[in-house]
Design a protein around this ligand. Sequence first.
Ligand code: FE
Ligand code: FE
Ligand code: ZN
Length: 276
Amino acid sequence: MLKIGSHLSVAKGFTAMGKQALKMDANTFQFFTRNPRGGKAKDIDIKDIEGLIKITKDNNFAPLLAHAPYTLNPAAEKEETRRFAFEAMSDDLKRMELLPDNYYNFHPGSHVGQGTEKGIELISELLNSVLFEGMKTTVLLETMAGKGTEVGRSFEEIAEIISKTDLDKYLGVTLDTCHVFDAGYDIVNSLDKVLEEFDRIIGIKRLKAIHLNDSMNTLGCHKDRHQCIGKGGIGLEALAAVINHPLLRELPFYLETPLDEGGHAQEIKLLRSLYK
Ligand code: FE
Ligand code: FE
Ligand code: ZN
């Protein structure tokens, strides 16, 4: 069975997200750990979390994907911004222990002119300070489109961050189809080659999740504008090949297309019909 869900709002709580996912015929979902632009996370309601855990077990959900806020930038030049990244991520990872065996996804960061090498160094420094022995969450680095000074625009950059992190056993990768396409990886015409490259540079075992999005732009544009499934530069045929690929088909897929829950339910239905 295809493991698929979409991004849901955490505003109504954890149990509510589980119910919403079921309504959409999803068997996983993604959510922001706090306001995407930063700020305080809501107080923890244990009953609410237990309600979600029951739904995920009863319905055989794939791992959930918690997404760090966009403003989290461990590669920033300002110490204050880096301190926020540290505080938000360490707090998020502590909270995630209440929701064990799931994933925590973050954008590696932007080096803001300090250079990629410096950025990589700062990102692995953060990981070395927030990962802890025995943790129950796998932290996923998201592949980026390479807009501005984003780090993680190539498989090499992701691999380097991993190699500089001590507790790398708790690290994995989320491949975002829109981002890698915008970064210049031709998943439309050469999906096999791209995955071979991923395997050679990062190792396919690190690949834990797919953000399934079409792109508003063209190959290598470095833009990062998500489009609805089948309506963009990647197209339906290529995205159907992604969900059916032998190396990918067992992974969980998360939609981040510009649609509401009703629209996402339609996309889930479409993708289930294309899963062989
Ligand atoms: Fe993301
Ligand atoms: Fe993404
Ligand atoms: Zn994006």
